[in-house]
Design a protein around this ligand. Structure first.
Ligand SMILES: CC(C)(COP(=O)(O)OP(=O)(O)OC[C@H]1O[C@@H](n2cnc3c(N)ncnc32)[C@H](O)[C@@H]1O)[C@@H](O)C(=O)NCCC(=O)NCCS
Ligand SMILES: Nc1ncnc2c1ncn2[C@@H]1O[C@H](COP(=O)(O)OP(=O)(O)OP(=O)(O)O)[C@@H](O)[C@H]1O
Length: 198
């Protein structure tokens, strides 16, 4: 089964784009959502997170204290590397398990990940798609969506590769800058990927 990796910086709109592919019947693995899920369900990972960032990383009910962890890792690159080293291998394993559940009739699957290139996960994909949008647009989207400050969003942006670097690595680009139809761009790629697998 052909695997397409899809990525984009914070607020680029990759999840929005993936919802369109889902409406076309394409199975999508949301790595960021799965990461959040396993961080509260995988006992080995929970122990590792507590050891690295303190017991206050979880509340009494076992809910992840996102603010606490984000406050540490997006201000300290060594702490972020430690978190990534704990979470990313577990997400790779979850992806392999998910692949085994995909209906064989699906023409291809998408793996959506904020850190597709940074984590090396692109190497296990047949093709890659990058969703781009100008930085001011992305800042506006995320501050409105999450109620975050520009500084908080910039701190995350600075921990991700910039678009210039990712454009060089990606096979296809979807421009989500509101100047052209995203649906048409998705349809064009969908037709191309479907043809490859015919
Ligand atoms: C640090 C955490 C607790 C912050 O939680 P919070 O609810 O505030 O943010 P959320 O998970 O919704 O992420 C929002 C966006 O932040 C950016 N971001 C998240 N984690 C990272 C990271 N490790 N490096 C760079 N950017 C990141 C992405 O653009 C992501 O889509 C959480 O993001 C986390 O556990 N991250 C580690 C897992 C990870 O690497 N996820 C992303 C790729 S799989
Ligand atoms: N073309 C667009 N026009 C208007 N709003 C948009 C557009 N694309 C995305 N958005 C909005 O911008 C916000 C960010 O989009 P989305 O959550 O898809 O981005 P993302 O790349 O998945 O972000 P993150 O890395 O934070 O997970 C959302 O609130 C979404 O509804």
């Amino acid at each position: 089964m052909m695997k397409i990796g899809i990525t984009g910086g914070i607020g680029s709109g990759k999840t929005t784009v993936c919802r369109i592919f889902e409406n076309l019947g394409i199975p999508v693995f949301y790595a960021d959502t799965v990461a959040k899920d396993i961080m509260v369900t995988d006992p080995v990972l929970i122990r590792g997170v507590k050891d690295a960032f303190g017991d206050e990383s979880y509340d009494a009910a076992g809910k992840l204290n996102n603010k606490h962890i984000a406050g540490i890792v997006f201000n300290d690159h060594i702490a972020l590397a430690k978190l990534n080293a704990l979470v990313h291998p577990a997400v790779f394993r979850a992806f392999d398990l998910w692949m085994a559940t995909v209906p064989s009739a699906a023409p291809y699957v998408l793996k959506e990940a904020a850190l597709l290139f940074e984590s090396g996960s692109n190497q296990a994909c047949d093709q890659t798609v990058l969703v781009t949008a100008p930085v001011p647009t992305r800042l506006k989207r995320v501050t409105e969506r999450d109620g975050a400050t520009e500084e908080q969003v910039l701190a995350r942006m600075n921990k991700q590769l910039n678009d210039e670097e990712k454009i060089k690595m990606a096979d296809f680009i979807i421009r989500n800058d509101e100047s052209q139809s995203v649906i048409l761009q998705v349809m064009e790629l969908h037709n191309r990927f479907t043809k490859i697998t015919e």
